[in-house]
Design a protein around this ligand. Structure first.
Ligand SMILES: [Zn+2]
Length: 343
């Protein structure tokens, strides 16, 4: 008889381990604990037929077995309930271990991207970024930059007039004067910003575009500093293999002045039919020169004591070169199909 108790105990423990669903739990209850035909109940029923000396110890062991069965039943019931809750929670609370949804981060506008690249290069060289108003006075935009009222350069830069001597700035150069008046040398700044000219929009012109201006004013600044700085900058932007060429030029606010060309970043001068350089192997990239003494004076700086250089470049033009964009107006049409290619 005691063997049978042990056998039932083993069956009971095995069955308890296998309880995974409410149906399993119900079957467990019926098999072991049911008052009518449960295995433990049938053991109790047998007590009466045992010799009187064995009844109490047998009864005690069956009682222990029932206790065990009831405990296992409660434990299984509890864990099934918990599982049920977890299942319900899983439905309302997202599983934090699942891979996340990838939010598409839109690319920067090509103008912003190029501006940031250029700014980073000059920030590394110790320059500050300066800002100035887009609505300017004629004085800051022209006179202070050595462009007097009847100077032909005023006619070349078709200007938006806003009334009495106020205009939309035609270049970022007026910020040179504002910065010189506000800061003391040494001055090392770049000035990114919007400029305006009354041009008809076509594939190479828009009435608003972006420039970045640079200005350095210190004691003993020479043309060698200008060359070294611009070569370093252009190689950092277009690649170490880029060659840089200076051509004499004329600007009212610099003397001497130079146009700066880079070797064609597309063909490197090897393709006579290259659409970017037209086969010449060179691309005009910026204007530069030593700051004119009159401009230093307008900025409140003594040209006998200080000298400086300045340069200016068109961000749109560089963006077009960089991205192979054939029409400048693409920058401003707000066309998603164009902008989404800028990744
Ligand atoms: Zn080329």
């Amino acid at each position: 008889m005691p063997d049978e108790i042990e056998e039932i105990q083993r069956a009971l423990e095995k069955a308890a381990e296998g309880i995974k669903t409410p149906q399993d739990l119900q079957r467990f209850k019926e098999e072991f604990l049911s008052r009518k035909k449960g295995k433990i109940t049938s053991l109790f029923k047998r007590i009466g037929s045992l010799p009187p000396g064995e009844r109490s110890s047998f009864g005690r062991r069956v009682n222990q077995l029932r206790e065990l069965a009831e405990n296992l039943y409660k434990k299984a019931e509890k864990s099934l309930k918990e599982e049920g809750w977890k299942e319900k929670l899983r439905k309302i609370i997202p599983d934090p271990t699942l891979p996340g949804f990838h939010k598409k981060i839109p690319p920067l506008h090509p103008i912003s991207e190029i501006s940031h690249r250029i700014e980073e290069i000059f920030l590394r060289m110790g320059y500050d970024i300066e800002d100035g108003p887009e609505v300017e006075t004629e004085y800051y935009n022209f006179d202070a930059l050595n462009i007097p009222p009847h100077h032909p350069a005023r006619q070349e830069q078709d200007t938006f007039f806003l009334g009495k001597s106020l205009i939309l700035r035609t270049h970022t150069s007026p910020v040179q004067i504002r910065a010189m008046r506000r800061r003391k040398p040494p001055i090392r700044i770049i000035v990114p910003g919007r400029v305006y000219r009354r041009d008809e929009a076509d594939p190479t012109h828009t009435p608003m575009f972006y420039q970045i201006e640079g200005l350095v004013v210190e004691r003993g600044i020479s043309f060698a500093h200008l060359k070294g700085t611009l070569e370093t900058f252009l190689k950092a932007l277009f690649g170490e293999e880029t060659r840089v060429r200076f051509r004499p030029s004329y600007f009212p606010f610099t003397e001497p002045s130079a146009e700066v060309d880079i070797s064609c970043p597309v063909c490197g001068g090897t393709d006579p039919h290259c659409s970017v350089c037209g086969g010449s192997g060179w691309i005009e990239i910026l204007g530069s020169g030593m700051v004119h003494p009159q401009v230093l004076k307008a900025g409140g700086i003594d040209p006998e004591e200080y000298s400086g250089f300045a340069f200016g470049l068109g961000v749109d033009r560089i963006s077009m070169l960089w991205r192979g964009i054939s029409d400048i107006r693409n920058h401003y049409w707000n066309r998603l199909d164009f902008l989404e290619q800028m990744k």
